[in-house]
Design a protein around this ligand. Sequence first.
Ligand SMILES: Cc1cc2nc3c(=O)[nH]c(=O)nc-3n(C[C@H](O)[C@H](O)[C@H](O)COP(=O)(O)O)c2cc1C
Length: 198
Amino acid sequence: MEDTKINSNKKRLVIGMSGASGAILGIEILEILREHSEWETHLVISKGSEETIAEETNYKLEDVMELADKAYSIKDIGASIASGTFKTEGMIIVPCSMKTVAGIACGYSDNLLLRAADVIIKEKRKLVLVARECPLSTIHLRNMLSLSELGVIIMPPMVSYYNKPVDINDLNNHIIGKILDRFGIEVSGFNRWGESDV
Ligand SMILES: Cc1cc2nc3c(=O)[nH]c(=O)nc-3n(C[C@H](O)[C@H](O)[C@H](O)COP(=O)(O)O)c2cc1C
């Protein structure tokens, strides 16, 4: 990615993708954010996510990286997003594996995704984890509780039925709408309860 795409006047959002099921959610969020020119995306993809992107989607890794304004290697521990001095509005990890949840909960920052999340917490910025596993063990739940107590937003990609989804796109769009709502980003087709006739 070219650094010329980076614009200090834009609002910056760090997007992390780790190896939980649901790679398409991260990809669709990146696609939506491309339509919101006031936002600049900074993407880091874990090795686990490389595998789920290949298993679950028809996207090539390079195509996913190309969706971001700037994409980083998971090994690039000295990248801008590894420092609190680099201003961002926050970070979404979507999807977020239980391994990544555990790493963040313990402050074990041995890759750029974990370090970037650690920075968001220490700078008291907004961190949203689209944490996915089923069923959840007591270890998973304890880690998520300790993060929630720090103000981290835990948003498992749970399906909603009240909006009457007809297909998986409706299910995805609803959770994506809820995730991006945390940053005040509107998603077309996201039906709010009481505001639509579904
Ligand atoms: C197809 C596939 C689906 C997976 N789904 C999940 C999942 O939903 N949740 C999870 O915590 N781990 C899942 N895993 C396992 C993680 O990818 C694995 O624990 C990995 O080490 C996570 O590393 P990362 O957090 O650095 O990406 C999955 C792995 C594969 C190959």
